[in-house]
Design a protein. Structure first.
Length: 545
């Protein structure tokens, strides 16, 4: 498997006449919309076009100061030259490039028209870039139509009026939302020319936007693609994507289109969404269903008013002292607490409702829950009385050693007693001596060595067990990445504790036992939380699968 750049290397030598347009081609052209083409590709008011090969040559010749690379970091600069190096796309003609960032009206919009060699046209809408106003629009769509949606509809009308042949419309993230919104507002005559509407992990239309568009008219030609951990693409969408694509990124980072995995000419797909994404989407949908438009507006104004309080334009600017830094953002948020108080209470209520819906009886019937509860109790005990914990752990270690010796001696006596004249009195005396030693060890110093050796061995075994548990989760379908990562973290921490315990076996370290207790308590609480998570996600998994 590979990403979009690998696809261009594998299939770039095959023209569209030989291998027709496919879903991966759609991803490539949606990604192209993120490339900085302002000043290279002519806009609608100028007219004209140029090939991808010509645009790539101009792009590589321009000075770095001609644009701010921090704004467009979604795709690498190598994408355009890679397209230009292929027979499949190098002669495609680019035109009508639009790039609008309007801070006053809160609009971030960009679109590109691509005339392909097969006689069709692809209209690509850019998704959210690194501007604060762009992210603000993503929030605004939850309570009112966006300015960029209006521009997207006007843009598509103009393209259909000035081109011939069939048209495909698409985009990634917010660009996918704009593609759906624009196509839904076309006339019947215009819609006849639209082959497909591609939404690549794009959110659906909010009730406010959908009421102004006839979305049902384009359902038969709409194609939704999203990664396993689709969050953005599930907003205002009740059903999972038509195509769930594999990604080599963790969690929410799978929204990055350059992490999506493809084969030679198709998507590398998964059968269902990741359970972590399902749980997050359920909680988000619950909040959106219960919050009214005015509440969403207040949240949006408070958050983005605070982010831009110091004059920051890009998300990266927020960290800069020149714009007040994070401190100014936090100060501004505290002044907006009146706007946020009700949404925070609402969010907590949704969380409590989600927890209340868990079948706790089923959770505590699991054997893993019982083990985790015992582990938590032991951890709490070690935290509260580490000195006594050292003695008990040492007693367990010595008792285990005595039992092991006695068990082996007993087996030896039963099996070879007659042959080698082994007497039971020898075993009894040995056991009595061991018990005497155990009783005599009443000072904490005497317990340190066996306690640390015992704890160290337990941590090493626990580390190995966590690794063995995590590895199958990374390759399972669907992948259980969150749980696997937690197991790996547990493994690393347990390994470090084990090394410390063994390397300081002769030292008096009740504090170390206390730290070990804290670790056990954290493992227990985390494990119980994941069990509850699994129980909460099960109904959604059954719905998806």
């Amino acid at each position: 498997m590979g990403n979009l750049l690998d696809y261009l290397a594998w299939r770039g030598d095959l023209p569209l006449a030989e291998r027709p347009f496919n879903l991966v081609d759609n991803l490539v052209l949606s990604a192209l919309a993120y490339v900085h083409l302002d000043g290279l590709v002519p806009g609608p008011e100028i007219g004209g076009d140029l090939t991808i090969a010509q645009a790539a040559a101009m792009f590589e010749a321009q000075e770095p100061a001609d644009h701010d690379p921090r704004r467009l970091r979604v795709v690498p600069d190598s994408l355009l030259p890679a397209l230009a190096a292929t027979r499949r796309f190098r002669n495609a003609r680019l035109s009508r490039h639009v790039d609008v960032v309007d801070l006053e009206d809160g609009i971030q919009f960009s679109a590109l028209t691509i005339a392909l060699d097969d006689g069709t046209t692809y209209v690509a809408y850019r998704g959210t870039d690194m501007t604060i106003v762009g992210w603000q629009e993503d929030f605004v769509m939850s309570f009112q139509p966006m300015g960029s949606q209006r521009l997207a509809a006007d843009y598509l009308h103009q393209v259909l009026a000035t081109t011939v042949g069939n048209v495909r419309v698409g985009g990634h993230s917010k660009g996918g939302n704009l593609a759906v919104q624009a196509a839904a507002q076309t006339t019947d005559a215009e819609l006849c020319r639209i082959i497909t509407v591609h939404s690549n992990d794009g959110p659906g239309l909010s009730p406010q936007a959908a009421s102004a568009a006839r979305v049902d008219r384009i359902l038969d030609r709409q194609v939704r693609i999203g990664p396993e951990f689709s969050i953005v693409g599930m907003l205002f969408n009740d059903e999972p994507p038509d195509w769930i694509v594999a990604s080599d990124a963790p969690g929410v980072m799978q929204h990055d289109i350059m992490t999506w995995q493809v084969t030679f000419d198709a998507l590398s797909t998964r059968p269902a969404l990741a359970r972590g994404a399902i749980e997050i989407n359920a909680a988000t949908a619950g909040y959106l269903d219960d919050a009214d438009d005015e509440e969403r507006r207040r949240v949006t104004e408070a958050i983005f008013g605070s982010l831009s309080a110091g004059g920051a334009v890009l998300l990266q600017d927020i960290r800069s002292p020149s714009f007040g830094g994070v401190e100014l953002v936090l100060l501004s948020l505290t002044q907006s607490r009146g706007q946020l108080r009700r949404p925070i209470r609402h969010g907590l209520r949704v969380t409590m409702q989600a927890l209340a819906g868990v079948d706790y009886a089923a959770v505590f019937r699991k054997s893993s829950t019982i083990r985790l509860t015992i582990l938590g109790v032991v951890g709490l005990f070690l935290i509260m009385v580490p000195g006594l914990g050292v003695q008990i752990l040492a007693s367990m270690a010595i008792a285990g050693l005595v039992f092991l010796v006695a068990w082996r001696m007993g087996r030896l006596a039963l099996r070879f007693g007659r042959r080698y004249a082994i007497r039971w009195s020898h075993i009894v005396v040995g056991g009595a001596v061991s018990l005497a030693i155990l009783v005599a060890l009443t000072h904490i110093q005497a317990f340190v060595l066996p306690a640390n050796l015992f704890v160290g061995a337990c941590f090493l075994v626990g580390s190995w067990t966590s690794v063995r548990t995590a590895l199958p989760m990374l390759s399972s379908v669907p992948r259980r990445t969150t749980r696997a990562v937690l197991h790996i973290v547990n493994s690393v921490v347990a390994l470090l504790f084990g090394i410390v315990a063994l390397s300081t076996a002769g030292m008096v370290l009740p504090f170390f036992v206390q730290q070990a207790g804290q670790y056990l308590l954290i493992v227990a609480v985390t494990g119980l939380a994941l069990n509850i998570w699994d129980e909460k996600a099960n109904p959604y998994l059954q719905h998806v699968e």
